[in-house]
Ligand binder design. Structure first.
Ligand code: KIV
Ligand code: NA
Length: 277
């Protein structure tokens, strides 16, 4: 598989080929996901919930994101790596936003950054793109807005809200993003936006007709002990597999079934005999 680039995103939309994207937060998972042939890996600030155990993404820092991006970058040879900009890393000023986006590229080795918001973030997106950093937009149910929304609630169900999501998409397209994540919006609204804009839409809880799809890897593998959203799909139940494996390990260590002789290193009897004198 060739390297997936920002141009590949646009090419895929033109060719009506679905773009596949998954989150990963460390080297080992990134390598598996990359080698399976994923187009793009998102180092999402969802790591605040599935890796760090917080109740929202609001606790994640720039240093956290840089650390996880670097680890993923070592494992992902072909996938386009998108580093998520955490809460407050792009809200204070445009200058801070550009510097922080630059850190995800320079220190984190990501190829692109993602940030939440539409019309309100046009100046920021424009400045980051001007710094030659590709930006992925993210609108609809934006998790960093959880306190403003009063929970993780589907967005765009009434006319005013739906119009806002459309305005956000058009503003981001004009500001130069290479793709837009549509999260937690009605399928028909996502379809309308996908038809309206020239850059690919990547859906999560946005129905069947976006140009691509993204999921949180822990949801897909069934290894998140919290509540997974309605729109995610479990392709495995790794939490149970992991728990069973650990239980067996504990039992085998306690009962001296593991380690076995084949797991041991040998030494010449002469050496041992000398040591015993
Ligand atoms: O942080 C994340 O994983 C995300 C995706 C859910 C789009 O932003
Ligand atoms: Na995110």
């Amino acid at each position: 598989k060739n390297k997936f680039t920002v141009s590949s995103f646009l090419q895929a939309k033109a060719n009506k080929e679905k773009i596949t994207m998954l989150t990963a937060y460390d080297y080992s998972m990134a390598k598996i996901v990359n080698d399976a042939g994923i187009d793009s890996i998102l180092v999402g600030d969802s790591l605040g919930m599935v890796v760090q155990g917080y109740e929202s993404t609001l606790e994640v820092t720039m240093d956290d994101m840089v650390y996880h991006c670097r680890a993923v970058a070592r494992g992902a040879e072909n996938a386009l790596i998108v580093g998520d900009m955490p809460f407050l890393s792009y809200h204070i000023s445009v200058e801070e936003a550009v510097r922080n986006a630059g850190r995800l590229i320079q220190e984190g080795k990501a190829h692109a950054v993602k940030l939440e918001g539409g019309v309100d973030q046009v100046d920021t997106v424009t400045a980051i793109v001007k710094a030659q950093i590709p930006v992925m937009g993210h609108i609809g149910l934006t998790p960093q807005s959880v306190n403003l929304f009063g929970g993780f609630k589907v967005q765009g169900k009434d006319t005013a809200q739906a119009q806002k999501v459309i305005d956000d998409a058009l503003a981001l397209e004009a500001a130069g993003v290479f793709a837009i994540v549509l999260e937690g919006i009605p399928e028909k609204l996502a379809t309308l936006i996908t038809q309206k804009i020239s850059v690919p839409t990547i859906g999560i809880g946005a129905g069947r007709y976006c140009d691509g799809q993204v999921l949180v890897i822990h949801d897909l593998l069934g290894m998140y002990s919290g509540q997974s959203p309605k729109f995610s799909k479990r392709y495995a139940a790794l939490n149970e597999t992991i728990k069973d494996s650990v239980t067996t390990y504990i039992t085998e260590v306690k009962s001296v079934k593991f380690p076995e002789e084949k797991h041991t290193f040998s030494i010449d009897d002469v050496v041992i005999a000398a040591l015993k004198q």
